[in-house]
Write a protein of this length. Structure first.
Length: 183
């Protein structure tokens, strides 16, 4: 049975990044992999509109990941956003500015062992903002801001967190979405 996704997302690339088609495709696949790895089965169904052109026509919401250089973020948001990514809350579709400089080279404050761990963190952190999560005081948590110095490597903790409190919250969102769809 084909289950319609509740959330459809798109991945865009700032033209100034001058990425090849292959590089863009690779990043798109990574985003897909990180989202799938982070969302417990049976919570929120997500699909990339480009990689899955025949996804459902009636998603509850749409999320756009824009890969932009840090210089763009500085220009748009000012120096207090230096080396940050951000999600525009309350917009439809939800827009996420993914800091491409961080994607290539994580900020010095990030505590992850591998670049893939960092990218997974970044993707899931921003996506959880999309779903309504705020920053957390838990310095091991995925909602800790890794651009701030107090965070620690979350990788050993993430499965526990994603399958505990995050899963519980996702279930609530899922129930709300299902109610909206029925109503
Ligand atoms: Zn954040």
């Amino acid at each position: 049975m084909f289950l319609e996704p509740e959330v459809v997302y798109n991945v865009y690339f700032y033209a100034g990044l001058k990425l090849s088609r292959e590089e863009e495709f690779q990043i798109r696949k990574e985003v897909q992999m990180f989202l799938n790895s982070g969302l417990p089965a049976g919570s929120i169904r997500v699909a990339d509109q480009v990689l899955n052109p025949d996804v459902g026509s009636n998603p509850i919401f749409v999320c756009n990941f824009f890969f932009v250089p840090n210089s763009w973020i500085l220009r748009e948001q000012g120096s207090r956003f230096d080396r940050m990514s951000f999600t525009v809350m309350g917009s439809f579709p939800r827009d996420v500015a993914m800091n491409f400089d961080n994607w290539v080279e994580p900020p010095l404050t990030a505590k992850h062992k591998t670049i893939s761990d960092y990218r997974r963190y970044l993707t899931l952190h921003e996506f959880l903002h999309v779903l309504g999560f705020d920053h957390s005081e838990d310095n091991r948590g995925i909602m800790c801001q890794q651009t701030k110095a107090h965070c620690v490597d979350y990788s050993g903790h993430i499965e526990e967190e994603l399958h505990g409190p995050v899963r519980e919250h996702l279930r609530q969102i899922y129930d709300q979405l299902a109610t909206i769809r029925r109503g």
